[in-house]
Design a protein around this ligand. Structure first.
Ligand SMILES: NC(=O)C1=CN([C@@H]2O[C@H](COP(=O)(O)OP(=O)(O)OC[C@H]3O[C@@H](n4cnc5c(N)ncnc54)[C@H](O)[C@@H]3O)[C@@H](O)[C@H]2O)C=CC1
Ligand SMILES: C=CC1=C(C)/C(=C/c2[nH]c(/C=C3N=C(/C=C4\NC(=O)C(C)=C4C=C)C(C)=C\3CCC(=O)O)c(CCC(=O)O)c2C)NC1=O
Length: 290
């Protein structure tokens, strides 16, 4: 059994606690045991789970791994603390807010011989799985992914290219290696409006555009327009609801890693994709600052 502590009790942290308390029968998650949670607030208890002081969680022999569910700006520090303390780590994306820090953390996990797992539930939704099937085997001519959503606090969530890393991950997972050609950000601070536009080329020199647009009242939505040699895909394919939610699927993957049931090849491919996307996010940020 692996003792788990959940750090940060917001939306993601609460879902993590729920899922840890209800592992699927006969799934790898049955080897995880919730030992407590860490919060800056004094909650005492949450869903009958006890609050643990951060220092205690880092020292406790009953804690083998931490789920880091805090704001993005805190990820790097928390991941580092738990790895340094010799614990495995699951961190909600984005793992860090710079490419250097992401590399450092990965190296640290390797030095410590601990699992560093970055949640990427955007790849585990039925919506995405259908999209992936639809795109597989097709030749892209050009494409756009346009995300809209409510505003985020940049101090807590980081620059848009990092908080929106799941859109970037979609594009890399669908179309392979990308190069950033240009990027701009349009902001109207008084309206809490921001629009990031990034242009890429695929390895076959095909143009791709990512737009991340946020403002009060904007609904979470993704629009696609992909032109292939064989035709145009301009709407997300239909999908049904999954039996197992994406956070639970992610938890199973983490448990498999702890149990040594994921191949070195798969681990390496995942690490490459994660670091590549963080690198692209940083490239986009730099281009926007110029
Ligand atoms: N909500 C979702 O569906 C998803 C969220 N994520 C990621 O999960 C993370 C959390 O997102 P949400 O839960 O939506 O945000 P949230 O704002 O609901 O929760 C964040 C929580 O972390 C706490 N926190 C911040 N710093 C802390 C610290 N130093 N120590 C302890 N607690 C701290 C905050 O007080 C807050 O309760 C983000 O990195 C986000 O990108 C990823 C995929 C999906
Ligand atoms: C209702 C308010 C609501 C909030 C505040 C919310 C926040 C939120 N959802 C996210 C992703 C995500 N959130 C979900 C799913 C959910 N997340 C949920 O909180 C709920 C209720 C679902 C599902 C019913 C998924 C699948 C992702 C991955 C990225 C994506 O595909 O959009 C992220 C990570 C950053 C990002 O990729 O944009 C945040 C901060 N999501 C919401 O739906």
């Amino acid at each position: 059994m692996f003792g788990i502590v959940v750090v940060g009790i917001g939306i993601a942290g609460s879902v993590r606690i729920r899922d840890l308390q209800n592992p699927l029968q006969f799934s790898p998650s049955e080897s995880l045991k919730l030992a407590g949670f860490v919060s800056r607030r004094n909650l005492g208890q949450f869903n009958n789970v006890k609050q643990i002081d951060l220092g205690e969680a880092l020292k406790s022999e009953e804690v083998h791994a931490a789920f880091i569910c805090t704001d993005n700006q805190n990820h790097e520090e928390s991941v580092r603390q738990f790895l340094e303390a010799g614990k495995h780590v699951l961190v909600e994306y984005p793992m860090a807010l710079s490419a250097d820090k992401a590399h450092e953390l990965w190296t640290l996990s390797e030095q410590k011989g601990k699992v560093l797992h970055v949640e990427h539930i955007e790849l585990l939704t039925e919506e995405y799985k259908e999209l992936k099937k639809e795109v597989d085997g097709k030749q892209l001519m050009e494409g756009i992914l346009h995300f809209t959503g409510g505003p985020l606090d940049e101090q807590r969530s980081g620059f848009s290219a990092f908080s929106g890393i799941s859109r970037l991950t979609w594009l890399v997972d669908l179309f392979g290696d990308l190069t950033v050609t240009s990027a701009t950000i349009e902001e109207q601070k008084e309206l809490n409006y921001s629009k990031l536009t990034a242009h890429f080329l695929t390895a076959e020199n095909r143009p791709l555009t990512w737009v991340e647009e946020r403002a009060p009242g904007m609904k979470r939505n993704k629009k696609i327009h992909f032109s292939f040699t064989s035709g145009v895909l301009d709407a997300m394919p239909a999908s049904t609801r999954a039996n197992v939610g994406p956070f639970m699927q992610d938890q199973n993957i983490f448990a498999k890693k702890l149990l040594g049931q994921v191949s070195t090849e798969d681990l390496l491919a995942e690490k490459k994709r994660i670091l590549k996307c963080i690198y692209l996010a940083e490239e986009i940020k730099k281009k926007c600052e110029h």
